[in-house]
Design a protein around this ligand. Sequence first.
Ligand SMILES: [Zn+2]
Ligand SMILES: [Zn+2]
Length: 259
Amino acid sequence: MRPLTDCHAHTELSYCADGVLTIEVYRAALDDPGCIVARQALTNHGFQAYFPPDIAWSWAFLDRPALFDRHLARGDERLSAFKEKVEDCRDDRLIFGVEVELMGDGRLTISDALRAEAQLLLGSLHVMPRVYHKGHLPAQAIESFLAYLRDLAAAGVDVIAHPFRWLHESDMPIPQECIDETVAIAKTHGLALELSARGRGEPALALIKACVAAGVPLALATDAHSLAEVGRLQPAVEQIESAGFSLDRVPLFDGRPPS
Ligand SMILES: [Zn+2]
Ligand SMILES: [Zn+2]
């Protein structure tokens, strides 16, 4: 089977991940002959590295990006220490990445210094900054979503993580035109779109078909937050097969080569 990269997973550095998820847990999974993952990106949340939990979970930094400047040193220190731990492993199967959000002023939740160090940047939408809010009707939500996505793509990420989660969790319909436009944005900026093994009701089959048609790479992701999810890329592989493709025939994003 084609060697697969898990482009998205969390360690104990992320508040929302299980405290047992050390780098060693991921390395042990890679060593397991039954594991289909050949390369593992470790992509903790930028906002959780920079902000203490109370600010992180308030999401206030999205609308008050000055908070980010105030916590810059804290996050840089935490992410640098983590990067050093990854490097200490001297294991070229590991990729040091960060999952970032776009704040209301158009900046990503990562400093320029750390951005230069990261081998992989995932851009995510978990909570919409107020400045992008157009309204609560489905058409307005899609307009907000696409405006955010265009700015996120232009800000220089490599992958759009769980692209439709926000719309899905907002109980909004995700029409084919919205999927096609998302793929077109990724194509314009040379980005990959994530196919998550955790996809909870996102339109995976339509996404796979649109990506294959446009030649936009899919970034396979466990988005592991718990031990049970480590190395479990199989659901994403099965979605590709359900969409009628063999794994060898779809464009896959394999992460950036380690520096
Ligand atoms: Zn996420
Ligand atoms: Zn994540």
